[in-house]
Design a protein around this ligand. Structure first.
Ligand code: NDP
Length: 282
């Protein structure tokens, strides 16, 4: 007898999540893979997070994404963490395997997968603007992928120094901190330059306080911001002959990795990218 497909549920827990691009992308990917799965977006208040996570297990969910403000707070409710999630101290993707809740962080992995389409991070010198959640995830994954060094440039000293300490002490990779308190030049020896800040989010005119003429055409330049897709940072790098990587690639790839973790199936990346572009109307 033909077995009907089993419906499974994954979810996204975070702040108000109406109009969530990940939901749009995931549901398209499930359909393309002929999986009768659902991706729910659930707004959970911080004080209810523990109950919500226990509810996922009770209701037989396969896993979920966790966005702000839950990426750190969710950890105490999980059974196990991946190496990268443990190093970063943040989780954005949970899978439930035979009742065990496993935390992973797919943001940095998504970035590295994107970067590999242009260049192998191994042996590269990286200049990273920002030291928040996205920058931290990227720095840890780049370090685990064998980059030669990472220079962290951040407005707030404490956050920047804390990331550098993590890279040096836990992953033993050469790293230095530069305080970003005025317009600065991009480190001339960097092979890969990344905007890991939120500057540019929702504002195509917003510019990083950097000397645009200090981009070198041999540099690969990437932005975490995906809306707008073509940020001013990327535009200025393109005008100076650099190869660029937009934030959509990272967003799609973290979705691809989550999909693989939950389903064990390789999703159609092109379908996912198309879905996001349709959602963002780009
Ligand atoms: P955080 O709030 O954790 O970090 C923000 C970072 O930006 C900090 O380093 C902060 O510096 C810096 N920053 C913000 N405004 C300024 C400014 N005016 N001048 C200098 N530095 C500034 O945010 P996240 O790391 O979670 O997110 C950052 C961006 O990454 C967002 O735009 C988000 O949408 C994007 N993102 C993209 C993903 C993708 O898949 N493409 C995945 C995850 C995030 P300071 O420490 O001094 O405050």
């Amino acid at each position: 007898m033909h077995e009907p497909p089993i419906q499974q549920i994954v979810c996204c827990m975070g702040q108000p999540v109406t109009g969530n691009p990940s939901q749009f992308m995931m549901e398209r990917a499930f359909a393309a893979a002929h999986l009768d799965w659902r991706y729910l977006t659930l707004e959970i208040a911080p004080e209810n997070l523990g109950d919500a996570v226990r509810g996922m297990r009770a209701m037989g969910f396969r896993g979920g994404n966790f966005t702000l403000p839950h990426k750190v707070a969710v950890i105490e409710h999980l059974d196990r963490l991946s190496e990268a999630a443990e190093l970063m101290g943040a989780v954005n993707c949970v899978s439930i395997e035979e009742g065990t809740l496993i935390g992973e962080n797919t943001d940095g992995k998504g970035f590295v997968e994107s970067l590999r389409q242009i260049t192998d991070p191994a042996g590269k010198r990286v200049a990273l603007f920002g030291a928040g959640g996205a920058a931290r995830a990227i720095a840890v994954e780049l370090a685990l992928a064998g980059t030669e060094s990472i220079t962290v440039i951040n407005r707030t000293r404490e956050r920047g120094e804390s990331l550098v300490a993590l890279l040096k002490e836990r992953i033993e990779i050469p790293s230095e901190f530069i305080l970003w308190d005025s317009e600065i030049e991009i480190p001339a020896d960097a092979d890969v330059v990344i905007n890991g800040t939120s500057i540019g989010l929702g504002d195509q005119q917003a510019r990083l306080p950097i000397v645009a003429d200090s981009f070198d055409p041999r540099q690969v330049v990437a932005d975490v911001v995906f809306n707008p897709v073509q940020t001013r940072f990327l535009q200025e790098a393109t005008e100076r002959g650099c190869k660029t990587l937009d934030g959509l690639g990272m967003l799609v790839n973290q979705g691809v990795i989550g999909f693989r973790i939950w389903t064990g199936v390789e999703p159609d990346r092109a379908v996912m990218r198309e879905a996001i572009e349709e959602f963002l109307e780009v």
